[in-house]
Design a protein around this ligand. Structure first.
Ligand SMILES: *Cc1c(COP(=O)(O)O)cnc(C)c1O
Length: 386
């Protein structure tokens, strides 16, 4: 069904910018390094299903997700894309993952053996990446000779295909990261000596992909930079934000000195004021703690959020903005140009990180996909599964 936009509050997703960002990553890493584009958390809020083709068409090699269900969502739609689950998949779900042709992350001989058995009964070759812990201490094999021996044993199993081995950096500083990298590379060397070469070796997320070209190995796993969120070191790789959060003014009213706004009257007018109400609240993914701190953009000017942010609405002070009318467009965040706040500025005000802001956009907020500056597709999760 062709969808209509039935809400004033939506995020606009620029598919061309996602393609641009993948191209920029490709230029930075060269042709011999694969890209596992991280599309977990619904593609960091951008809509995994609807951005996947842009990523693959512009040179992404693998789509990486955190959970089995995220992998299945993509697999149900796309039969040929390579999809890697980077998180832990419990034993009882392994068969389901294999049947659906999803590559798995494992870090035990026990799961390798289960998969080796599943292979025999299912007529499929399970594909796995081995997780190796070099210090982050989240998931993965302990860095030890015993682990190295066990991983070699897994690689030598007949019925499963070990496609990759990976680790994750703590990003403490260059020295600490180098220690992790060295541990990883030295373990791989020993493993390969005891078994055979592993195709995908990967340790870099966005920040390390940008900062440490010497750590790219044969694959990188960028997330944030795919969506145009610059990593710390600006300028090394130029990316463009893909998401803009917009709404429209529902109502404008004048209030008198001392009148209050929203729950608890936490804001009171110091003078006669012009107040706008916008139909966006914390249940749409706008952080509730931006109460009295958030800033939006109306007619190219900044307007502060005043009073407590409600679940579905909040109020802004329009007193200093000339000629504003009901139904005028309001930008909650964008690329930071034309007096808009960037995701980074919103994240700083909300005392969190950029990934948290964009992945927090909820399903009530429709996604409007733009291609060549025109609407390519409208997706409202409440109205359709398409
Ligand atoms: C989320 C994730 C990434 C991507 O992280 P960014 O900082 O967004 O680039 C890479 N690898 C793993 C294992 C992840 O969980």
């Amino acid at each position: 069904m062709e969808q209509k936009l039935l809400r004033d509050t939506f995020v606009e997703i620029n598919l061309d910018n996602i393609k641009y960002n993948i191209n920029q990553i490709r230029q930075h890493i060269g042709d011999n390094v694969a890209i596992a584009a991280v599309v977990k958390a619904n593609g960091y809020g951008h809509g995994a299903i609807d951005i996947a083709p842009a990523i693959i068409e512009s040179g992404g090699d693998i789509l990486a997700v955190a959970t089995l269900t995220e992998g299945l969502e993509l697999r149900n739609r796309y039969h040929n894309y390579e999809i890697l689950i980077m998180g832990y998949t419990p034993d009882e779900y392994l068969e389901f993952a294999v049947k659906n042709n999803l590559a798995l992350t494992i870090f035990s001989l026990n799961q390798a053996n289960i998969l080796n058995e599943i292979a025999k009964s299912s007529n499929k070759t399970p594909r796995v990446h081995i997780k190796y812990n070099t210090g982050f201490n989240r998931l993965g094999y302990k860095d030890s000779n015993k682990s190295i021996q066990e991983i070699a044993t897994i690689i030598n199993l007949k019925n499963i295909q070990v496609e990759g081995i990976f680790s994750h950096l703590a990003l403490k500083n260059r020295n600490e990261d180098k220690i992790q990298y060295d541990k990883f590379v030295s373990a791989i060397k020993k493993i390969e000596t005891k078994s055979k070469p592993i195709k995908y070796k990967h340790i870099c997320d966005s920040i390390s992909t940008v900062l440490y070209p010497e750590f790219h190995l044969s694959m990188v796993r960028p997330g944030a930079i795919v969506y145009g969120l610059e990593s710390e070191e600006k300028g090394i790789i130029d990316v463009k934000p893909a998401m803009t959060f917009k709404t429209k003014l529902s109502q404008i009213k004048e209030i008198e000195t001392d009148e209050g706004i929203s729950y608890g009257y936490r804001w009171r007018a110091k003078k006669r004021s012009l107040i706008g109400t916008i139909p966006v609240g914390y249940a749409d993914g706008y952080p509730r703690n931006l109460y009295q701190k958030g800033i939006v953009t109306v007619k190219g000017k900044k307007a502060p959020i005043i009073g407590v942010i409600c679940m579905d609405q909040c109020m802004i002070d329009l007193t200093d903005i000339d000629g504003v009318k009901e139904n005028d467009e309001v930008t909650l965040f964008s690329d930071g140009l034309n007096n808009t706040l960037s995701v980074e500025e919103i994240a700083t005000l909300a005392k969190t990180n950029k990934n948290d802001i964009i992945s927090g956009i909820t399903r009530r907020t429709p996604r409007v996909y733009m291609k060549n500056n025109v609407v390519f597709k409208i997706k409202d999760y409440l109205l359709s599964n398409d």
